[in-house]
Design a protein around this ligand. Structure first.
Ligand SMILES: Cc1cc2nc3c(=O)[nH]c(=O)nc-3n(C[C@H](O)[C@H](O)[C@H](O)COP(=O)(O)OP(=O)(O)OC[C@H]3O[C@@H](n4cnc5c(N)ncnc54)[C@H](O)[C@@H]3O)c2cc1C
Length: 438
């Protein structure tokens, strides 16, 4: 059957087999190449397996053990972060790290070693993983932790599903007094102001991130809105609950003209102007704070059937705005506006995975509609610039980085290749390693 990821580019042909019980062994044949699959919320081709088989884990959705005193959860790998939150929040716990959507599986969060708005203080999801079970294509089931099968533990966190199927995961949670976040939004006029705000806010706030206007040039170049927040105790909570509200849907693929430079420019202008004062403080529910895009189901369809590419890089910063300014100018000059652009400084906590993406520096994330060769040329240029700046591109969002770049960004890739399950592979792996048989 035809397959695509969240960004809908590239399109591939692959089989999908759903796994119904974690005791089942899905590696049936010695001829086929397999790839574990969570919720398909990755953008490029790390969750695609052209010509091969995806092992769907959606029905591995049971909780196994929840220690409410210590905040430790063990669940099957197909459980989503949304399901985790429903269980743990009423008991006073929260996800230790969460990406910008709660509709990802725990297995997918581990295999991409996802990061969130608290990277500066907490690191990645993998930092909170205590152990997991890995099913290899031989049928062997290995418990992996930093003491047991430690090399496989580190190769599987951020390991892009290549070391075998994760059947369950045990991870630590963080304390939270309830569902509410005290949030501040601060307008900034340029990238220097962004770095100043980031340094000041990372000391005081658990969560920080900025929306960046990536259309405007001249005096408005690099302006945006900085958002910072922290969990606050229940006494301060308003009565209103946002849970259970109906979410609108994008029912059809919108024509690709819907998102053109004019509409994107108008969106950026309105979004920036919507906040009149420099600083606004509010109490918000965690849902719109962490997951604003989850409110519109199937929002990826607004890019039409050709889809879109996401570019996410990290480049060294130390308060230096030059690399981000140059990357941003390339996008602005190309006229390929992104209506969603996010900027955040990563902290020093090292990621436990051999292929983990987050590292000290500043990360920029842009969505660009796919317009054929013109888009591919832009992405090749952005890849080259990231390489020259000594940065890296996030495999979970990537469909285009070159093999040379991948191997520079992830120097431990050969260690992963040695530990990889010989029957597991992906479209991304074949593209960035040139290893076509595995
Ligand atoms: C709106 C949106 C916002 C996002 N924001 C962020 C963000 O802030 N930070 C961030 O880090 N990411 C972010 N992402 C990316 C997303 O968090 C990751 O791509 C995540 O890994 C997707 O999980 P999934 O369950 O959909 O996995 P899939 O996309 O299905 O698979 C991802 C990878 O995990 C592997 N995998 C999945 N399940 C298993 C398993 N059981 N065993 C072994 N391997 C497995 C797959 O083989 C694949 O390589 C965002 C995505 C969206 C759509």
């Amino acid at each position: 059957m035809k397959g695509e990821s969240w960004g809908r580019y590239p399109k591939v042909s692959q089989q999908v087999r759903m796994l119904e019980k974690r005791q089942q062994n899905p590696f049936r044949s010695k001829e086929e190449l397999y790839l574990p699959y969570g919720q398909g919320r990755s953008y490029g081709d790390c969750c695609l397996n052209d010509g091969g088989v995806l092992i769907g884990t959606r029905w591995l959705d049971s909780f196994i053990e929840f220690d409410r005193d210590q905040g430790v959860l063990r669940c099957e790998a197909g459980v989503t972060l949304a399901q985790v939150l429903e269980l743990v929040l009423p008991a006073g716990w929260f996800l230790p790290v969460t990406p910008g959507t709660k509709f990802v599986s725990v297995g997918g969060a581990l295999a991409n070693d996802v990061h969130g708005k608290n990277h500066h203080g907490s690191g990645t999801f993998g930092c909170f993983v205590r152990r997991f079970e890995l099913l290899r294509s031989t049928g062997e089931r290995l418990i992996c932790s930093d003491r047991e099968n430690a090399a496989l533990f580190s190769a599987t966190i951020g390991g892009l599903g290549l070391t075998g199927l994760i059947t369950w995961v045990e991870f630590s949670l963080k304390r939270a007094p309830g569902p509410w976040i005290e949030m501040e939004s601060v307008r900034f006029g340029n990238l220097e102001e962004f770095f100043g705000l980031s340094q000041e806010s990372d000391k005081e706030f658990e969560y920080t991130v900025a929306w960046l206007d990536c259309v405007s040039a001249g005096a408005n170049f690099g302006r945006g809105i900085f958002m910072r927040g922290r969990h606050v105790p229940s006494e301060a909570h308003p009565k209103r609950s946002l849970l259970g509200r109906l979410s609108p849907k994008v029912p059809i693929d919108l024509p690709s003209l819907t998102l053109n430079p004019l509409t994107v420019r108008a969106f950026n202008e309105l979004y920036y102007r919507k906040q009149r004062q420099r600083l606004v403080k509010k109490l918000v529910h965690y849902d719109p704070f962490f997951y604003p895009l989850d409110a519109v189901s199937g929002w990826n369809r607004i890019y039409g059937s050709r889809g879109f590419l996401q570019f996410q890089c990290v480049v060294p910063s130390s308060g230096n705005s030059r690399p981000i300014a140059q990357i941003l100018s390339t996008v602005v000059e190309n006229g390929d506006a992104s209506f969603l652009a996010v900027l955040k400084e990563f902290g020093d906590i090292s990621s436990p995975g051999m292929l983990s993406f987050p590292r000290r520096g500043v990360t920029l994330c842009l969505d660009i509609p796919f317009r054929g060769t013109r888009t591919l040329n832009l992405f090749a240029r952005l890849d080259e610039m990231t390489r020259d700046f000594g940065g890296a591109i996030y495999p979970a969002k990537d469909a285009t980085m070159s093999a040379e770049s991948f191997q520079q960004y992830f120097p431990r890739w050969k260690e992963v290749a040695a530990l990889k399950d010989p029957r597991c592979s992906s479209s991304l792996w074949r593209r960035v390693t040139g290893l076509t048989q595995s």
